[in-house]
Each structure stands twice: as structure tokens, then as C-alpha cells.
Design a protein around this ligand. Structure first.
Ligand SMILES: [Zn+2]
Length: 272
């Protein structure tokens, strides 16, 4: 029996030892294979393995596919197009201060879905179905501020990284071959995982916080965010809750937390 097989046989018989080794391996990988950085606004220290370029690549593949699938529905003229471009431009300018290498771009798609998202690397998709809920420029700035914060705080990369490191650790423990980060980006892109990754509640809350400061920095009154989330809360009690809420579970505490960050956002607010 080869020594690798002997090790595997030893570990199979002792799952707790294998788990302990995996935990140590993940810990070592977090320290050696990721870069340490701080999220904007909230200054949370995070460990991310994907570079900005890899995140852009991951987002672009997803974006290109979405645009292909919705070619006939892309809105490129008219008042709804104008409002989305106008607000996105100001929010993107603020986000670009934290992520200057990302390539910011927004596309409006005619679809009766109340949703919007920003992919890793800065590509944004807005569906016309969310505009009746955002109502005003400041309402749309609330949504876009929140979405671009997921990108600048690298929430997608963080999620992928957790899965990646867990898989590397599992592969090492099993004596297999681990993916490189680059290979993993390709695999995840093929799976279309970029857009479908669900963020954690902590990440959602962080995006609310960063987004509120972003909208204020972009010249939108942050108090309008409170009104927007109250509208969402009311809409969630209807018979068809907006899709945006399935990704962004709202509750009374969300509004309370946002109100708690208002003084900070108001200090950043300079009316345009
Ligand atoms: Zn979110």
C-alpha cells in the first residue's frame, strides 16, 4: 500500500481526525492563499482569494450570458433607460473610488420582475419590474447602492472562496488534487454560479450599511432609503411579494438598523 493510501485509510477510520486536519488546512489556506483586505465603510477585515481581474472575468461571463438570453428585452432608449443610466452613473462613480479596476456598467431589461443585482467586477442588471417600487431617483439609488456594495465588499468572491477552500481541504485530506483559483473561476462560471450565489444575512446587512453611505456620497438623501424599505415591507404583505425580497429578506429590524446608520450617512450626504 502506498503511503498516501495508508494515510487515507487511517483517516477514513478516524473521521474526527480528518475533520480536525481539514479545519487546520482551511485555516492555513486562509492565511497563505488569500489576501487580507478591508471592506469599504464597515472596515471589516476579510480574506479573499480571487483577484479583481478574476472577479471581473467571473462577472463578465455571467453578464454576457444574461444579455444573450434577453437580447430582445434590453431597453436602450426612453425615460426608464434614462433614469437608470442617470442614477447608476452617480452610484458607479462612488463605488469606483473603492474599486477603481472594476468595469462598471448597467443594463436595463424589460421584464416584469422586481429585481436588480450587481455581479462581481461591476456589471449591473436592473429589471423594469422594480421601477414601480423604487419610484424616485433616491429609491433607485437605494437599490443600486445596496447592489454595488455586494461587489465592492467582494461578497461573491468571499462566498466562492469559502466553498473553494473547503473543497481544497477536502481534496487534500482525501489525497486528491485541488483546483487552482483560476480553474475554480472557470468551473463556477460554467455553473452560472455568479448570479445565483445567495448572500448571507450578515452580507445583506453589510450591503445595506455600505449602500446607505454610497447613496449619500452620490448626493441622494439617505432618509429616502428608509421610505424605500418601508414600501418593500408593505409590498411583502401583498399576495405577490417582489422577487427582490426573496434575495433580501426584509423585516422591521432591517429598517431599525438602517435608521441606526443614518447619522453616519447624513454626514456623508452632500445634496447634488
Ligand atoms: Zn443584497
Amino acid at each position: 500500500m502506498s503511503s498516501a493510501k495508508a494515510v487515507v485509510a487511517f483517516l477514513v477510520g478516524r473521521p474526527l481526525v480528518a475533520i480536525a486536519i481539514a479545519a487546520v488546512v482551511v485555516g492555513v489556506l486562509v492565511l497563505t492563499q488569500t489576501r487580507k483586505q478591508e471592506t469599504p465603510v464597515t472596515h471589516r477585515v476579510q480574506h479573499v482569494g480571487l483577484t479583481d481581474q478574476q472577479q471581473i472575468q467571473l462577472g463578465n461571463q455571467d453578464y454576457a450570458q444574461t444579455l444573450r438570453e434577453n437580447r430582445a428585452r434590453i431597453v436602450s432608449t426612453g425615460p426608464q433607460y434614462a433614469v437608470v443610466q442617470r442614477v447608476a452613473k452617480r452610484i458607479e462613480a462612488v463605488a469606483a473610488r473603492d474599486k477603481p479596476d472594476f468595469v462598471w456598467k448597467v443594463t436595463l431589461i424589460r421584464k416584469n420582475v422586481a429585481n436588480a443585482y450587481c455581479l462581481p467586477g461591476g456589471k449591473i442588471v436592473v429589471y423594469t419590474g422594480i421601477l414601480p417600487l423604487t419610484q424616485t431617483d433616491a429609491g433607485l439609488a437605494t437599490v443600486l447602492g445596496h447592489e454595488v456594495s455586494h461587489a465592492t465588499a467582494e461578497h461573491g468572491a468571499e462566498k466562492i472562496e469559502r466553498v473553494h477552500l473547503t473543497k481544497i481541504a477536502a481534496a487534500i485530506v482525501a489525497g486528491g488534487v485541488a483546483f487552482t483559483a483560476q480553474q475554480y473561476v472557470r468551473v463556477m462560471a460554467l455553473l452560472g454560479a455568479g448570479a445565483t450565489l445567495k448572500f448571507s444575512r450578515a452580507q445583506e446587512s453589510e450591503a445595506d450599511h455600505i449602500g446607505l453611505v454610497y447613496m449619500a456620497r452620490a448626493g441622494y438623501d439617505p432618509r429616502q432609503a428608509v421610505l424605500f424599505w418601508k414600501r418593500m415591507l408593505r409590498a411583502s404583505k401583498g399576495k405577490e411579494p417582489p422577487e427582490f425580497l426573496s434575495d433580501h429578506p426584509s423585516d422591521a429590524h432591517r429598517v431599525e438598523r438602517i435608521e441606526g446608520w443614518l447619522p453616519e450617512a447624513e454626514r456623508a450626504y452632500k445634496p447634488a
